[in-house]
Design a protein around this ligand. Structure first.
Ligand code: SAM
Length: 249
């Protein structure tokens, strides 16, 4: 059927793809990918041929140019499947403007859900999952990174970050400095792949350990919430009322 299909693809192991995602990749009239080579490769692994269907690239650098073309195909009533390079579209990946435009035009938007590194990391890290804040990638500059960390220091939820292996040691050092060394933390590396690894330790210790090693691969960092500062609003209000009343006499 016509519509924009957001297809989740594996984050490592090629067989982590749903049967429905494969059906959609096999039947969509137009295929769109953040990285056409990796989608082509994935389809090959699963024995899906492209045939004479178009496969368009859509990423951060050509989104403005490609969006009208994709929208035109959708308006003509064609089925369009979009996949990012890994995991779920729009999770630290392109796709948002496309979905927004399709929704604005009243066109069908259909998800084919599947893997995402944020949920996979939460699943194995051993930190609370009742509430979490997905922060994505922190800024590259140390001062901006510290500011961003300070802003979320009080959030009562597990903090989840995507990070590059090049920057992870510096990021953990800054996090230990801003959030304190005692919060429980986890580093999840190469999830679903051969060298999958989860290192769990208090933040300061994790920063030291990672600083002493040179880590490779794809990384998710999780940090437990800090201790809550409880504010009793009713109590404050009552005290304030008493103070105001005594001031007015
Ligand atoms: N859309 C993807 C998703 O749903 O997770 C995320 C895309 S983002 C550009 C890529 C980042 O996701 C990596 O730098 C890493 O932080 C994280 N990531 C992706 N695959 C991973 C894996 N197998 N193990 C650990 N982290 C992964």
């Amino acid at each position: 059927a016509a519509g924009l299909y957001l297809v989740a693809v594996p984050i490592g192991t090629a067989r982590d793809i749903t049967l429905r995602a494969l059906d959609i990749l096999a039947s969509a009239e137009v295929l769109v990918a953040e990285d056409t080579r990796s989608l082509r490769h994935l389809m090959e692994i699963h024995g899906i041929s492209l045939g004479d269907r178009p496969l368009w690239a859509y990423h951060d650098h050509n989104g403005g140019k490609m969006r009208p073309r994709i929208m035109a195909a959708l308006t003509e009533g064609r089925s369009v499947a979009y996949a990012s390079e890994a995991g779920t579209p729009m999770i630290a990946d392109p796709g948002f403007d496309l979905v927004r435009s399709a929704r604005d035009e009243g066109l069908g938007v259909i998800a084919a859900p599947g893997p995402s590194a944020v949920v996979t990391a939460l699943t194995v890290a051993g930190l609370p999952t009742d509430r979490f804040l997905f922060e994505g990638f922190l800024p590259n500059s140390a001062s901006q990174r510290k500011t961003a960390l300070r802003e979320i220091a009080g959030v009562q939820a597990t903090l989840v970050f995507y990070e590059s292996p090049k920057r992870v040691a510096a990021m953990l050092r800054d996090a230990a400095e801003v959030l304190g060394p005692d919060r429980e933390a986890a580093l999840c590396r190469e999830l679903t792949k051969k060298f999958e690894e989860v290192i769990r330790a208090p933040l300061g210790q994790l920063a030291e350990e990672v600083g002493a090693r040179s880590l490779k691969g794809e990384i998710v960092v999780l940090i437990d919430r800090g201790t809550a500062i409880t504010v009793d609003e009713a109590h404050i209000e009552a005290r304030l009322r008493v103070a105001l009343e005594s001031a007015s006499v």
